[in-house]
Ligand binder design. Structure first.
Ligand SMILES: C[S@@+](CC[C@H](N)C(=O)[O-])C[C@H]1O[C@@H](n2cnc3c(N)ncnc32)[C@H](O)[C@@H]1O
Length: 426
């Protein structure tokens, strides 16, 4: 259908919000986990935007009695779904994410490291760093950073190089990965970025900011080591995992359970995962760090509207208000549909899928992404089990967004999220 035909339809059909009561979400306060934060049970080893509370996955696995076999997360982020699985007794994990930082965090939470080895390496690195020695450095990571002096105090640059140099030469890859998380947090904290923002904004009065890089690194390496040993390592002895820094790719493997939380829109207008991770991704030599957001779901422009299923009426309504926004929204749903369809053959008969999503507003129209996902699964040989609605009080994401994209017009759109549960029948 061309845009002109679409526009014609748009005038003929005023929007009919869902007639069907299908895929009706049921609120279940059990899933709110009110008063619980991420840190209260499973402290993350590194900040990441829009993380899912692992308590949610654990409760779902118990309620739906999933098999204690394997778990796939095609948008695994920092790996919270795996923590739910570990706690439940699953031992085999596979995850995909396009963001190198995400994979680094998820790996750090699943790799087993002997306590004595880890503590010894930590002591050695802290001792070595007192010497401020960058003898190990093969290449200069500072050259990868865009606008280096705009973002990093000059004095901090050399100190960061020394720390990185040491970590880069560790033989034990699991320890290296864990210490890189401490480095990444240090890099962020010593930079001029404003704290508590996912997007990159430079702080006011940055000229006066004189961070002590070694002190900051010291703080993070201590916290991360302690949390790793206390909360993760005891559960990791008998597990296997594969975490891959690409989009989901089909393989011969099939899974009994999928648990994932997808982005709820394109990165540019919702959560900018790529921007949040730019510094460390660049530092690690990931050459497309600045383009990452345009690679994530909905990041590529499309020329036609998404005009299938129940979501099309909503897109049509947006189209009547703003053509460009309707195309941006379409791009996200084309990508999401394709991602789900790619997953289908990787799920065993009787296997269960759990998708955690938020229904964002665009132009003040709430897009029923939960129903969109249910519909795709149901059209692909799955039985719809239910949609659980939960209140968000604890997700680390900006609570306010601008659904009409007019500056100054903000509304609190993300108070709830939805968990879609389906089962493969054929
Ligand atoms: C909501 S976050 C997942 C958060 C995760 N559940 C956690 O607790 O950390 C969504 C993730 O999807 C990733 N992503 C977006 N589009 C992707 C794609 N096409 N393929 C793989 N990963 C993608 C983003 O990088 C982000 O890490």
């Amino acid at each position: 259908m061309t845009l002109i035909e679409y526009s014609h339809n748009a005038q003929e059909n005023s929007i009919k919000y869902l007639k069907k009561q299908e895929y009706h979400a049921t609120y279940n306060s059990k899933y709110d986990f009110l008063g619980q934060s991420y840190g209260s049970l499973y402290p993350n080893l590194h900040k990441y935007p829009a993380t899912m509370l692992p308590q949610i996955g654990l409760e779902l696995f118990k309620e739906f009695k999933v098999k204690k076999s394997n778990l796939l997360d095609p948008f695994c982020g920092s790996g919270s779904s795996f923590i739910s699985g570990l706690e439940y007794g699953i031992t085999d994990f596979v995850g995909f994410d396009l963001n190198p930082l995400a994979i680094m965090i998820a790996k750090a939470r699943l790799q087993y490291i002997e306590t004595s080895q880890l503590l010894k390496q930590k002591d050695i690195i802290l001792e070595q760093l007192l010497l401020k020695n960058e003898q190990f450095l093969n290449n200069n990571p500072l050259k990868n950073i865009t606008n280096l002096d705009f973002w990093l105090p000059k004095e901090a640059q050399q100190d960061l190089k020394c720390i990185f140099s040491y970590i880069e030469h560790l033989d034990n890859m699991a320890i290296q990965n864990l210490f890189l998380l401490a480095f990444s947090e240090t890099l962020r904290e010593t930079s001029y970025t404003r704290n508590n923002e996912f997007k990159l904004f430079r702080m006011k009065n940055y000229e006066n900011y004189k961070p002590n890089v070694y002190e900051i690194f010291n703080k993070y390496i201590e916290i991360i080591t302690k949390n790793y040993l206390q909360f993760y390592q005891p559960k990791l002895k008998d597990i296997i995992f594969s975490l891959i820094n690409t989009r989901f790719k089909k393989s011969k493997r099939t899974f009994d359970t999928i648990l994932t939380s997808t982005p709820y829109g394109d990165s540019r207008t919702t959560v900018a995962y790529g921007q949040f991770s730019t510094f460390i991704n660049e530092w690690l030599g990931f050459k497309d760090a600045r383009k990452l957001d345009s690679e994530l779901l909905g990041g590529k422009k499309v020329q036609s509207l998404y005009n299938k299923g129940l979501i099309k009426e909503y897109i049509l309504e947006i189209y009547r208000l703003d053509t460009k926004r309707a195309l941006e929204v379409s791009s996200f749903y084309f990508d999401l549909e394709l991602s789900i369809k790619n997953l289908i053959d990787s799920i065993n008969m009787g296997g269960k899928v759990f998708f955690v999503v938020g229904n964002r507003k665009v132009k003040n129209i709430e897009l029923p992404t939960d129903k969109f996902i249910s519909e795709i699964f149901c059209n692909s040989g799955f039985r719809y089990l239910q949609t659980i609605k939960r209140k968000i009080s604890n997700k680390s994401m900006p609570p306010l967004n601008s659904p009409s994209n007019k500056s100054g017009f903000k509304s609190n759109t993300m108070n709830e999220e939805y968990i879609i549960v389906c089962e493969r029948l054929r």
